[in-house]
Structure formats: C-alpha cells, structure tokens
Design a protein around this ligand. Structure first.
Ligand SMILES: Nc1ncnc2c1ncn2[C@@H]1O[C@H](COP(=O)(O)OP(=O)(O)OP(=O)(O)O)[C@@H](O)[C@H]1O
Ligand SMILES: [Mg+2]
Length: 123
C-alpha cells in the first residue's frame, strides 16, 4: 500500500498508493498522536502527515535482522495493554514491521486496524 518506503537520512517517507495506503498513513499519525507515554515507546514516531494521507513522514529506524522471538512479541503486546472497545492491538511480529530507534525496538507498521474490517480491496 505504501511500498517502497523512502528512507532519506533520519526520515522515512510513506507515499500512499491507494485508499488503504492513505487510511494507513492517517491511522498511524492519529494513533501516535493519541497514544500515552507507554504506548508511544513502542511506536516509531510519526513526524508529519498530509491532510489527505498521501504522504507521511516517520523517523527512520534500522530494520530488524530477524523476526523477534515469541517472548519479545508477548512483551510488546502486553506493554500495549489493549483495552476492550479499542481497535485491536496494531502489531504483527514479522521482522519487516519492526526496527531499532534510539536503542528501542519500535513498530514501523502499525496500521493494520485501519483497514482490516474493510471488504477485500477491488484493486
Ligand atoms: N520508519 C521507518 N524506518 C525504516 N524503514 C521503514 C520505516 N517504516 C517502514 N519501513 C520499511 O518499509 C516497509 C513498508 O512500510 P509499511 O509496512 O509501513 O508499509 P505498508 O504499506 O504496510 O507496506 P507493505 O505492504 O510492504 O508492508 C516496512 O516493512 C519497513 O521495512
Ligand atoms: Mg506493512
């Protein structure tokens, strides 16, 4: 939806290819903005998003070399502390969704709840 993400120096640019990409960009920006301190520590910071969601800028993180362990995944889901009534926990364990930033492991893609309840995309 937003690949390839363009990394330039300290910034990562996500350009939406379609409506889901735009929804994903807006979703991550909103989730980061509204998250408490504990949750923010798990999210790669969104620095800016355009009003329509076409472009989003994140801090650039260093991708994980391999998938996190089951225990690490349990820890991040636990730290997220999902509350009933909220969107589902936004993380998946796959390596490409996580990176290192300032010594922390942070989620790079936390947009799944933005479109998981949609009908399958026509395109
Ligand atoms: N802030 C970032 N810093 C470094 N790399 C990133 C960052 N954000 C995303 N990436 C890389 O770009 C890939 C695609 O980004 P992301 O998963 O957020 O978009 P997507 O629309 O879900 O695309 P895909 O379908 O390929 O997963 C990520 O899997 C990750 O490897
Ligand atoms: Mg992704």
């Amino acid at each position: 939806m937003r690949s390839p993400v363009v990394v330039l120096g300290r910034f990562a640019f996500k350009f939406a290819r379609d409506a889901r990409g735009r929804a994903s960009n807006l979703y991550e920006a909103k989730l980061y903005r509204s998250a408490n301190v504990t949750r923010r520590a798990l999210l790669c910071p969104v620095l800016w998003v355009s009003r329509n969601g076409f472009v989003q800028i994140m801090r650039a993180a260093k991708p994980l070399a391999k998938m996190m362990s089951y225990d690490q995944y349990v820890d991040v889901v636990d730290a997220w502390d999902y509350m009933p009534g909220e969107d589902s926990c936004p993380f998946e364990p796959k390596a490409s969704d996580w990176g290192w930033l300032d010594g922390r492991m942070v989620a790079l893609d936390y947009s799944t709840p933005a479109w998981e309840s949609d009908e399958p995309a026509a395109t």
